[in-house]
Design a protein around this ligand. Structure first.
Ligand code: ZN
Length: 138
């Protein structure tokens, strides 16, 4: 069972920037073209997450609004008292969503719902360059 690791960089604007990375993940898989595989998509860092969504304009507003209710940006966080970096909200949101998701590949295709895309969310309070890892086991 070979394990192959691909990676790509994504520039973000921060502040709960939601970026569709589905095609980049598919490109990484296509380099190896496994018929059956498990694919893990991972972003290192404590203020960014990987999840899925139906990438359409309504949800691209609904999801940040839900994060704002859950962990508001303008609240004072203990983390900010420690580091004065003002991104306590970003750490809380990223921890709750998580850094990785796994997906099956069957018959050479990444298995996703018709309206399901893989997204990177950058919660940090500044623009960043994120490195996304795609690890393929087959
Ligand atoms: Zn911080």
């Amino acid at each position: 069972m070979p394990v192959i690791t691909e990676r790509f960089n994504i520039s973000t604007r921060g502040f709960t920037d939601i970026i569709d990375i589905t095609e980049k993940v598919k490109d990484a898989i296509k380099k190896h073209n496994p018929d059956n595989a498990q694919v893990m998509v991972y972003v290192p860092g404590s203020t960014a997450s990987i999840t899925t969504i139906e990438y359409e304009p309504g949800l691209l507003k609904d999801l940040p609004e839900a994060f704002e209710r859950f962990a508001p940006r303008n609240k004072t966080y203990h983390h900010d008292e420690t580091w004065q970096d003002g991104n306590g909200y970003a750490h809380v949101r990223a921890s709750m969503v998580g850094n990785s998701q796994s997906f099956p590949v069957m018959q050479y295709e990444l298995v996703l719902g018709t309206w399901q895309q893989i997204i990177l969310i950058d919660f940090d309070n500044k623009s960043r360059t994120r490195c996304v890892y795609v690890q393929i086991i087959y």
